[in-house]
Design a protein around this ligand. Structure first.
Ligand SMILES: Cc1cc2nc3c(=O)[nH]c(=O)nc-3n(C[C@H](O)[C@H](O)[C@H](O)COP(=O)(O)OP(=O)(O)OC[C@H]3O[C@@H](n4cnc5c(N)ncnc54)[C@H](O)[C@@H]3O)c2cc1C
Length: 416
């Protein structure tokens, strides 16, 4: 009797979706693997979008083709194929052309969309952008050809990257943040001195403790923003970077459990049989903080997608959870890594800070000092990988605590 070939459907052709497709193909050479994307372009490396805005790279340089084997692996990537609904009872997805595709195993890998706060008036004006897709990046680059001044709303890493891309084009850029400092999710205000200096040196104008209430426009599009203080800042473009939210609207009637994102178990399975989720759209557990989080990082999304793919193809594996780490992020030529628990104000965590004019290092231990739970490195990120290992593996540190604190760790300490 012929064995039925599996039909795998993956929604979303990015870090998680493509990693899953490749993992499935490695384990199942017969089944059909179809990846559906609502974008107009073939898969690409999303973290490189700021280079399109700055004009430093062209789209072909950021495509995933060549990096992954999917082209030669009989993986069918269908662009311009937005999934409008998932029917979990009949195991079918409906795409916008009206076509229905049956599945045996389904992966939701639809990532996230930028959050647009409802309390800002005028966001529909021409010249208001978010940066999430290649289409967004190209539109920003186009507007930047004639605009002189850009205002960025939000001080998170992605918006800072976008701000620097525009500075690199020679534009005047003002960044407005409600918090007292930038990067408030990755460090505390007292930790940001070096970053703040680097931003000033790079020419970024920073307005903290303020928010925009209205985007002003006329027939040419954006002409300025109005702050809650009453101050007006003239500009010809605005970029909104106020966080992201999981892309789940199309799952409304599917019965798939959503709570900030698709809720999955340690095998990346949703509450519905044969439906999995991975990447920015999935809510997982941060094993260090013990909190449910959405990853927001390419490497985590790819790792989780790969795990989901193996589970879908019948090789069960546990996704160990998302650990909040940024791999060597860089702001204005200032490298930094923020991992685990770094917000300690008002807590009993044991903290060690070492600061020089060029570097800053903050280590966070449990209140009893027996375990490293977080680290922040700015300026010098060498050895960050060793610290990451200690945090992630929850290593006992009694014998090497002084090496950890004094930055004398080396690989030999891990061989014992
Ligand atoms: C400007 C920018 C810079 C970044 N820099 C970094 C960085 O330096 N380091 C880092 O680790 N991470 C970075 N990230 C984050 C990283 O890109 C994401 O964490 C990663 O892309 C998440 O991958 P994903 O596969 O879960 O989802 P996504 O990459 O968001 O992909 C989801 C895909 O699904 C598609 N989709 C959504 N709904 C549907 C539907 N109904 N039907 C069909 N298709 C659908 C979307 O259009 C999208 O193509 C950056 C992101 C941005 C935007």
């Amino acid at each position: 009797m012929a064995v039925k070939q599996m039909q795998y459907i993956i929604i979303g052709a990015s870090a998680a979706g493509m990693a899953a497709a490749e993992a499935i193909r490695r384990l199942d050479s017969e089944g059909s693997v179809t990846v559906l994307s609502d974008e107009q372009d073939m898969p690409y490396f999303r973290p490189m979008l700021p280079f399109i805005v700055s004009g430093k790279k062209k789209f072909p340089e950021m495509m995933l083709i060549g990096q992954g084997p999917y082209r030669g692996a009989n993986i069918d990537v269908r662009i311009n194929s937005r999934v409008e609904a998932v029917n979990t009872a009949d195991q079918k997805v409906s795409i916008k052309s009206g076509e229905e595709l049956p599945y045996d195993k389904l992966l939701i890998a639809t990532g996230s969309v930028p959050n647009i706060p409802s309390d800002i008036a005028g966001v529909e004006a021409e010249g208001v952008f978010v940066l999430r897709t290649i289409a967004d990046a190209c539109a920003m680059a186009h507007r930047a050809e004639t605009a002189r001044h850009a205002v960025m709303l939000g001080g998170g890493l992605l918006n800072l990257k976008a701000a620097f891309a525009l500075l690199e084009r020679g534009m005047d850029v003002t960044l407005i943040v409600k918090s007292p400092e930038v990067l408030s999710k990755l460090m505390e205000p007292d930790d940001t001195v070096l970053i703040r200096n680097a931003l000033n040196k790079a020419g970024l104008k920073l307005v903290t403790g303020s928010s925009v209430t209205r985007i002003l426009s006329d027939s040419s599009g954006v002409i300025g923003v109005l702050l809650d203080s009453g101050r007006e800042i003239p500009c010809q473009m605005v970029c909104i970077g106020k966080g992201i939210r999981a892309n789940v609207e199309f799952l409304d009637k599917s019965g798939i459990l959503v709570n900030q994102g698709v809720v999955v178990d340690k095998f990346t399975r949703s509450n519905i049989q044969n439906v999995f989720a991975a990447g920015d759209v999935a809510v997982t557990l941060d094993p260090i903080a013990g909190e449910r989080i959405v990853t927001g990082l390419w490497t985590n999304a790819a790792e989780m997608g790969s795990c989901a793919g193996r589970n879908m193809a019948g090789q069960p594996g546990i996704y160990s959870g998302t650990f909040g780490i940024l791999n060597a992020a860089q702001v204005a030529d200032e490298p930094f890594v923020s991992m685990g628990i770094v917000h300690t104000k008002g807590t009993a965590y044991e903290i060690h800070i070492t600061a020089t004019p060029e570097t800053y290092r903050k280590l966070v231990f449990t209140p009893d000092g027996t375990r490293l739970v977080g680290a922040l490195f700015i300026g010098d990120i060498s050895k960050a990988g060793l610290y990451r290992y200690i945090i992630r593996e929850m290593m006992p540190i009694k014998d090497i605590k002084s090496e950890i604190v004094n930055h004398r760790l080396h690989y030999g300490h891990f061989l014992r």
